[in-house]
Ligand binder design. Structure first.
Ligand SMILES: CC(C)(COP(=O)(O)OP(=O)(O)OC[C@H]1O[C@@H](n2cnc3c(N)ncnc32)[C@H](O)[C@@H]1OP(=O)(O)O)[C@@H](O)C(=O)NCCC(=O)NCCS
Length: 255
C-alpha cells in the first residue's frame, strides 16, 4: 500500500464508504481485513510530527508544568494528555489521550499507556507493560518512605483495573479487567492454594506470571454468614500460558 492509498482509505472511512467490520445476513460481524491492513499501514508508514494545542489554556503550579519539549522518541497522541515535570517516559512509549503521568513516575521502554489511564506519582512501570484503558496506577508520594506501586516488565494491566498503595506486580503477570489491588486486598492463589496479603514490612506482591481475575470470598463474621455476604478477593486462577499470551498480545504495528 502507498501513502496515497492509505490517505484515500482514511478518507473513505471518514465518509462511511468503507468500514472495518461488517455484518452478514445472519447478524454476525466479521472484520474487513483489507481495511484493517490499511489502518495498520497508516501506523507503519506514518512519521512522528509534533503538534501544539494552541487554543487550550490551563492553570497550574509554575513549579510543575507539563514537560516541554517532549521526551525524545515518545509519541503523545493529541488530546487531554499530560506528562508532568519530573516524570520519566522512555523511548518507544505510547500515551493515548487522555492519560496523565504524574511527577516521579517512571515508564520504561515500549510500554503503552492507554486512554484514561493514570500513572500516579512515583509509580514505576517496567518495559513493554500494557496499561489498558482506564487502568489506574495509584500515586504514592507520602509518607516519603512508602514504596510506590511497581509494575514490572511485560505485565498486562487490563481495563478498569486499579493498583494502589505500594502493591508490586511481578514480571509477566496479568491483571484481568476490573481487578483492584490495595495494601488491604487479600488475593487468593487458587493455583497454589494460598492467600497473599501485605504485611507491615512487605507490600502485597503479585507473583511472576500470575493471572489475576476479580473474585469474592465469604465475608467474615456471623452476620455476614447469615446474610450470605461476600467480600472482594481477587483470584489467581492460573499462571500465564500460551492462551494468555495470545489474549494479551499487542499489535506491533501500533507501536
Ligand atoms: C485474564 C484474561 C487475559 C484471560 O486470560 P486467559 O489466559 O485467556 O484465561 P482463561 O480463559 O484460560 O481463564 C482461566 C479461568 O479463569 C476464568 N477467567 C478468565 N478471565 C476472567 C475474568 N476476567 N473474570 C472472571 N473469570 C475469568 C475463566 O473463566 C477460566 O475459568 P474456567 O477454567 O473455570 O473456565 C482476560 O480475562 C482479560 O482480563 N483480558 C483483558 C481485557 C482487557 O482489559 N483488555 C484491555 C482493553 S483496552
Amino acid at each position: 500500500m502507498t501513502r496515497e492509498e492509505v490517505f484515500e482509505l482514511l478518507g473513505r472511512l471518514e465518509l462511511g464508504e468503507v468500514r472495518a467490520a461488517s455484518k452478514n445476513e445472519a447478524g454476525d460481524w466479521s472484520p474487513n481485513t483489507t481495511v484493517k491492513e490499511g489502518i495498520l499501514a497508516a501506523f507503519r508508514m506514518g512519521v512522528d510530527v509534533e503538534s501544539i494545542a494552541g487554543p487550550f489554556s490551563f492553570r497550574d503550579r509554575d513549579t510543575l508544568p507539563p514537560r516541554r519539549p517532549l521526551p525524545n522518541g515518545v509519541r503523545v497522541v493529541p488530546g487531554g494528555t499530560s506528562i508532568r515535570r519530573g516524570a520519566y517516559v522512555a523511548k518507544g512509549v505510547i500515551v493515548m489521550p487522555p492519560a496523565y503521568i504524574n511527577v516521579g513516575a517512571y515508564v520504561d521502554e515500549g510500554s503503552m499507556v492507554d486512554s484514561h489511564a493514570l500513572v500516579g506519582s512515583c509509580a514505576q512501570i517496567g518495559k513493554r507493560v500494557h496499561l489498558s484503558a482506564a487502568a489506574q496506577i495509584g500515586g504514592v508520594l507520602e509518607p516519603v518512605g512508602a514504596v510506590p506501586v511497581v509494575i514490572e516488565d511485560d505485565v498486562f494491566v487490563g481495563g478498569n483495573t486499579g493498583v494502589y498503595e505500594g502493591v508490586c506486580v511481578r514480571q509477566r503477570a496479568v491483571l484481568a479487567a476490573g481487578v483492584i489491588l490495595t495494601a488491604s486486598t487479600v488475593v487468593v492463589d487458587l493455583a497454589r492454594g494460598m492467600e497473599l496479603r501485605s504485611t507491615a514490612a512487605r507490600p502485597l506482591v503479585i507473583p511472576e506470571g500470575a493471572v489475576v481475575v476479580p473474585g469474592m470470598r465469604p465475608a467474615p463474621g456471623e452476620y455476614a454468614k447469615a446474610a450470605g455476604l461476600s467480600i472482594a478477593a481477587p483470584l489467581i486462577v492460573k499462571y500465564r500460558d500460551a492462551k494468555t499470551d495470545a489474549k494479551t498480545a499487542l499489535e506491533s504495528a501500533l507501536r
